[in-house]
Design a binder for this molecule. Structure first.
Ligand SMILES: Nc1nc2c(ncn2[C@@H]2O[C@H](COP(=O)(O)OP(=O)(O)OP(=O)(O)O)[C@@H](O)[C@H]2O)c(=O)[nH]1
Length: 200
């Protein structure tokens, strides 16, 4: 969930998608600016954090990179439950991975936090010659399902920072409480004669 103190927002973000779609690679690019041609498949899930400055606020993403292999599917709710944002990743060279992404969208619509900011990432956009999913098809699907859509490449870094930045901008900002519970300490001189009054 997103929580805010002053202008700092902590936001839990989860990456979901088929194995090999490039979830870990997107996170590695965003957090460390690196890309590995032979990125190992994730086991269980991996945690990262990264802070972004957006307008006058700082958003600290607490990122859960889940494993795409089917045998880890049952763990996913632990990671998307309470998440403020999700990136559902598919590989533009695989119609199967796009079908899998749609399943994740359905699962989040049924079981996820209703205010979650959900992005659809068509990754491996550098592999244009092997493309199986058109950007138009994905854009229409995203629009119909209230997601925002970008094609990304963890390899070339295209749109990687941008997708996290767009999520950060869309996160609902918690309003400061009107009557916060607890004592309010006001730093000003005591009113009245100058004598300090105190305490029941
Ligand atoms: N050409 C290209 N290859 C990519 C890109 N992103 C990831 N890859 C490659 O695709 C393979 C799988 O990437 P991962 O990041 O491990 O995919 P994943 O979705 O985390 O996979 P799981 O951990 O099994 O769920 C790796 O060999 C990456 O190098 C990309 O944008 N372009």
């Amino acid at each position: 969930m997103a929580s805010m103190g002053h202008n700092n927002l902590n936001a839990k973000l989860v990456l979901l998608g088929d194995m090999g779609a490039g979830k870990s690679s997107l996170v590695l690019r965003f957090v460390k600016g690196q890309f590995l041609e032979f990125q190992e498949s994730t086991i269980g899930a991996a945690f990262f954090s990264q802070t972004l400055a957006v307008n006058e606020a700082t958003v600290k993403f607490e990122i859960w990179d889940t494993a795409g292999q089917e045998r880890y599917h049952s763990l996913a709710p632990m990671y998307y439950r309470g998440a403020a944002a999700a990136i559902i990743v598919y590989d533009i060279t695989s119609t199967d991975s796009f079908a899998r992404a749609k399943k994740w969208v359905q699962e989040l619509q049924k079981q996820g936090n209703p205010n979650m900011v959900v992005a659809l990432a068509g990754n491996k956009a550098d592999l244009e010659d092997k493309r199986q999913v058109t950007a138009e098809e994905a854009r229409v699907y995203a629009e119909e399902n209230g997601l925002f859509f970008m094609e990304t490449s963890a390899k070339t870094a295209a749109n990687v920072n941008d997708i996290f930045y767009e999520i950060a901008k869309r996160l609902p900002r918690a309003q400061p409480a009107q009557n916060p519970a607890g004592m309010v300490l006001v730093d000003r001189p005591a009113e009245g004669s100058g004598a300090s009054s105190c305490c029941a």
